[in-house]
Write a new protein. Structure first.
Ligand SMILES: CCCCCCCCCCCCCCCCCC(=O)NCCO
Length: 603
């Protein structure tokens, strides 16, 4: 007996020692990869500096001062002169040849470098961009007709495929597995004449609205050091807000385009799932192990820019042609809906300032009220609306996003090199599900009903999963029916519960993504634009914000000292109404700057 026990103890000891050694070797291997990547990144930053300096500083300044319209042009400008409406087309710098593609790309390489120095937003430069720009300029010289986005420099989220570049998602293990194909969105941009020139930072795994990892470090919000620009498309938001890019492409499965837009004071759109393609998002090294597999939580890529007008122009270019269904035969050939986007078109908009799950902090509520006022002044009709059953649907969102009880998420993170804060925030996923559910009773008894809901959110079986999928399908039917009954075209609501918080906050407050995540579950098209700025009154009102559970206490703490930080609002509508959403957001952003009630300051 003693011999058997001794053998078991020895066996276990040997097994643990072996595991420890394996882990140590893996850690050393991953650290080596990170060190290599840091050297490569440093070289690329030097390359970028040298490229930028090839164009005289004065010329770069001139080009950098041009906004999207001046650089790209081809816009229909509609001027109202009493009853007269004039429509004419601007011929802008890139199309007219006043600025070459190479000059534009090089200028933005320089500007992005300056943005990176301020925020640590760049992961890699795309050296090919310079060759690509030269080739485009060659096409002009040979008299070819120019594509609509001719020569436009575009920045791309790190996790989106660009041939020859890594998409690590912050995992060190994924370094040096470059994409062998462009993502469909990148393919479309290139066909339209745009030039992807840089890739930008993300949080490890993409399933968070902060922005940092062990490879590239943490990205700062350009409005305040120590605050996150949001995530997961945080590098893009920081880059655009700091003037380093005119247009970026992000992705969004819970708000990863919209929350960074709110935190950084820019605009962004997540179209509904049928309107852009995610084909090959999980190809390459990641494969099915790390990404995808949550069919009714609809992710999509989408544009981010300083203004909603730029986002709309890009989506118009995508949808004006048959590009989307050409690159992805699973997408319906639905074109740009000019009638929905028509200037002056009025909509009936339902609005809410709380979703019954997470009350936003004061400034985030105030800007919805301001937006309501501005839109009413524009002739839109605004009516109160209450989105039903959000708390239960947030439980369903978490259950169906993590889908396997968090096994893949936790497994991928643990086998890599996560920042310590990721591990500690996600550790509850390692607690057996039955224990999590038992602890939910304790949380309920303490009055922490929201925390209890989260503790009941991990999927235990395919029986539960099927039921949750059915709930999503029923919920979609219910919401569109309630909107139809109220004759409502779209919804206006907060973009997030806080102004840009400290870097670690989103990891403690995953529940704070409810205002955006619900529209992934509903598969609505949704966008965010800046409406205001957190002010001293918001700061004072924070004193009355609830502290009835740990999440409210944290949201209150993380929102403090935020005077001057940008605030956005969100507009969302059922699928195929993205053009209407963008029309309303443009009406908002155009008028917010002149609204004396607004605290918006023009940058
Ligand atoms: C005991 C239960 C513990 C629950 C822990 C829950 C952890 C996972 C929760 C997931 C939260 C999701 C946040 C989403 C942020 C935005 C992500 C996004 O849009 N990514 C873009 C991907 O393309």
């Amino acid at each position: 007996m003693l011999v058997v026990v001794g053998a078991i103890i020895l066996g276990l000891g040997a097994w643990f020692a072996y595991q420890r050694q394996q882990r140590a070797e893996r850690v050393a291997h991953l650290k080596g990869k990170i060190a290599q990547r840091k050297n490569e990144q440093a070289e690329l930053l030097e390359w970028a500096r040298a490229e930028a300096e090839k164009i005289p500083a004065q010329r770069r300044k001139e080009i950098g001062a041009m906004d999207f319209k001046q650089l790209l042009g081809k816009f229909n400008v509609i001027t109202r002169d009493s009853r007269l409406m004039l429509v004419f087309t601007l011929s802008a710098a890139l199309q007219s040849g006043d600025v070459t593609s190479l000059e534009a790309v090089t200028t933005y390489i320089g500007l992005s470098l300056a943005a990176h120095e301020k925020t640590n937003c760049v992961t890699m430069y795309i050296k090919e961009s310079v060759k690509h720009a030269r080739a485009l300029d060659g096409r002009r010289k040979s008299g070819e007709s120019l594509p609509p986005l001719f020569g436009l420099p575009v920045s791309i989220k790190e996790s989106i495929g660009v041939t020859g570049t890594d998409k690590t998602w912050g995992y060190a293990g994924s370094i040096h597995f470059p994409s062998t194909r462009d993502a469909p969105t990148v393919e479309m941009l290139k066909q339209l004449g745009a030039v992807p020139f840089v890739k930008t930072n993300v949080p490890l795994s993409l399933l968070s609205y902060t922005c940092g990892n062990e490879i590239y470090g943490w990205t700062e919000n350009p409005h305040k050091k120590g605050r996150t620009p949001g995530g997961s498309t945080g590098g893009e938001a920081a880059l655009i807000a700091a003037g380093g890019s005119l247009l970026g492409i992000g992705s969004d499965v819970g708000g990863s385009i919209r929350m960074p837009a709110h935190y950084a004071g820019i605009a962004g759109v997540k179209p509904s799932s049928m309107r852009l393609s995610l084909l090959r998002i999980d190809d390459g090294y990641h494969g099915p192990k790390r990404g995808g597999g949550y069919p009714l939580i609809e992710a999509n890529e989408g544009p981010m820019a300083a203004s909603m007008e730029t986002c709309a122009e890009i989506l118009k270019q995508f949808w004006d042609s048959s590009l989307v269904s050409d690159v992805d035969p699973y997408k319906p050939p639905v074109g740009w809906n000019a009638a929905q986007f028509e200037e002056g078109r009025k909509y009936r908009i339902g609005y809410y300032t709380t979703d019954g799950w997470f009350d936003p902090t004061p400034g985030c509520v105030r800007v919805v009220e301001e937006a309501r006022h501005i839109l009413q002044m524009q002739g839109h009709t605004l009516v109160p609306f209450s989105l039903p059953d959000v708390p239960e649907m947030i439980r369903v969102y978490v259950a169906t996003l993590t889908v396997d009880g968090g096994v893949s998420l936790m497994g991928s993170i643990e086998e890599d090199l996560p920042p310590a804060i990721f591990l500690s925030a996600l550790r509850p996923l390692r607690v057996p599900i039955l224990v999590q559910r038992s602890m939910a009773y304790v949380a309920s008894a303490l009055g922490y009903w929201r925390v209890a809901k989260f503790m009941r959110s991990m999927t235990k079986s395919s029986v539960e999963l099927r039921r949750d999928y059915a709930s999503i399908q029923l919920y979609r039917a219910r919401v569109v029916e309630e909107m139809r009954k109220a004759n409502i075209d779209m919804l206006l609501c907060p973009a997030q519960v806080m102004p840009a918080p400290p870097h670690e906050a989103p990891l403690h407050l995953s529940a704070g993504c409810s205002y955006t995540a619900i529209y992934n579950l509903l598969d609505f098209g949704a966008g965010v634009c800046r409406v205001g700025t957190w002010n001293a009154q918001d700061e004072a009102k924070l004193e009355c914000y609830p502290t009835s559970d740990p999440w409210y206490t944290m949201a209150k703490k993380f929102s403090k000292d935020s005077v001057g930080l940008p605030l956005g609002v969100q507009v969302a509508a059922p699928p195929f109404k993205e053009e209407a959403v963008m029309r309303v957001l443009i009406d908002l952003e155009r008028n917010v700057q002149h609204n004396p009630k607004s605290s918006f300051r023009q940058r």
